[in-house]
Each structure stands twice: as C-alpha cells, then as structure tokens.
Design a binder for this molecule. Structure first.
Ligand code: ADP
Ligand code: ADP
Ligand code: ZN
Length: 228
C-alpha cells in the first residue's frame, strides 16, 4: 500500500501449465488467500456442455478428443464472464489464454477496462508425471474442491473436507489417451505464451513438481510482490 486509504488495485493473473500442473488447485488457494476470482475456461466449457448450449454442443467432441476449443468460442465465453461485477476485484485466469490469439484478445479486453495482466505464472512440471496426476484426479460435485487418489485425499474417504459432500465426479477427458493429446496441444499451442509474457516482463516460473503446499507458498510470494 502507498500509505493512503485507496483500495488495492485489482490484479489479474494468468496461470500457465500443462494438464495436471496444478492450475485449478492453486487458483482456488489464491482465490481464498487474496480474494481474487478464479476464472476457469475448462469449468465454463464443461458447464456449457452440461447445459447443452450451442457453444457447448460445438465444444463437446473437441474436449473429449483432447484438442483445443476454437478461439472464437472461448474468447466469447471469457469476455462475458470478465464483464461481471465480481471480476473487478481481480481474477486468476486458469486455463486461459491457451493460444497467442487468445492472449492478444485478453490484452485487448484488459485495455478496454484500463487494466492489465499483473503476472503470468508458468507452472513447470515433467510431462511424464502428469499422467498419474490426471488419472487420479476427481472433484467434489457439491463445491468443486479438487482431490486426488494419492496426492490430495480427504480426511475421511469419500467425504469432502470443504463441504461434507459425498458425491465425487471424474472428468470424461481425464484418461490416459486424452492426456497425451492434451499435452501435445499444450506444447504446440500454449507453451509459446511463456515467451509472450516473458517479453512483456510479467513472467514468473515456479517448480510445480513440488508438493501442493510448497507451490502455494511460492505463488503467494509472487502475487504479494505483484500486488505491492
Ligand atoms: P490442472 O488444473 O493444471 O489441470 P489440477 O489442479 O486439477 O491441475 O491438479 C491435477 C491433480 O493433481 C489434482 O487431482 C490435484 O489434486 C493434484 N495436484 C495438484 N498439484 C499437485 C502437486 N503439486 N503435487 C501432487 N499432486 C498435485
Ligand atoms: P486441464 O486440466 O487439462 O488444464 P481444462 O479444464 O483447463 O483442463 O480444459 C479442459 C478442456 O477444455 C481442454 O482440453 C480444451 O479442450 C478445453 N479448453 C479449456 N480452456 C480452453 C481454452 N482457453 N482454449 C481452448 N480450449 C480450452
Ligand atoms: Zn465439497
């Protein structure tokens, strides 16, 4: 803070990383700690598929194959969501942008609002370890909390620590074959964004092979510096 009573400026963060890197897990922790809003385009697309909207119908097969949904669809969904009043507090973009076209669209959306991306954080992992992370992933149907068969287990098996819910779900695309295609899509289309944000001077890299608490500690330090 600068010594005045002005409210903290909203910060917008981008989390980059392949499937299983921990974007969703860390976004939720940052949401709690810094009062930011998690924006997951994967969650938005899964909601559109479940609701059977036109965008959802177009996205369904693409997602099941592990390919990227078209920029036009994803940008339109993100633009609408970013316009909601709660996003003025600041956001954590989890899974967006995933292409250079999306990154440029995001810059334009930020500029329209007089805002910018304060930090882009690359969660760096070994691809080989991502298959086990994805295969063991599930989440609570009640509150969305993410869990893992081995790496993040609830205190009582089958019961969500956060909300007490007992209905757990696994994603249709979380299988070994689709993971390989999603990793290929990440390297071909999304990894170039690491250089994109580095050139803008907002990139931070984090060793995301460390355990969840250690990664969270590093991310909090980066966000604290970016807010200052
Ligand atoms: P992403 O959103 O990047 O695809 P998630 O946050 O959903 O990744 O994490 C994938 C799975 O791995 C989840 O089941 C999560 O509980 C687990 N996980 C997340 N971070 C770690 C970590 N640092 N070490 C071990 N497992 C992790
Ligand atoms: P992950 O845990 O693999 O990072 P997400 O939940 O972020 O998964 O995304 C799941 C799927 O939704 C992706 O494989 C892709 O098909 C689609 N998707 C999500 N975000 C985007 C995006 N920004 N651009 C294109 N497709 C996306
Ligand atoms: Zn829950």
């Amino acid at each position: 803070m600068d010594g005045t009573d002005s409210p903290q400026a909203a910060i917008h963060l981008v989390l980059l990383g392949p499937p299983g890197a921990g974007k969703g897990t860390q976004a939720r922790l940052l949401e709690e700690r810094f009062g930011l809003v998690q924006l997951s385009t994967g969650d938005m697309l899964r909601a559109a598929v479940a609701a059977g909207t036109e965008a959802g119908q177009q996205a369904k097969a693409v997602m099941e194959a592990g390919d990227l949904v078209s920029d036009a669809i994803v940008i339109a969904i993100l633009r609408d969501r970013l316009a909601a009043p709660d996003c003025a507090r600041g956001t954590i973009l989890d899974g967006f942008p995933r292409t250079t076209v999306q990154a440029e669209a995001l810059d334009a959306l930020m500029a329209e609002r007089g805002q910018r991306i304060g930090a882009a954080i690359s969660l760096e992992v070994d691809d080989a370890a991502m298959v086990a992370r994805i295969a063991g992933r599930y989440s609570c149907a009640g509150c969305g909390e993410g869990w893992h068969d081995s790496f993040k287990t609830p205190a009582k098996a089958g019961v969500c620590d956060k909300c007490g819910g007992t209905e757990m779900t696994r994603r249709a695309d979380d299988n070994a074959e689709t993971v390989e295609q999603r990793l290929r899509a990440y390297h071909a289309q999304t990894a170039p964004l690491i250089d994109y944000y580095d050139a803008k001077g907002v990139l931070a890299r984090v060793d995301a092979m460390a355990d969840i608490a250690a990664v969270s500690h590093e991310l909090s330090a980066i966000v604290t510096r970016a807010i200052a």
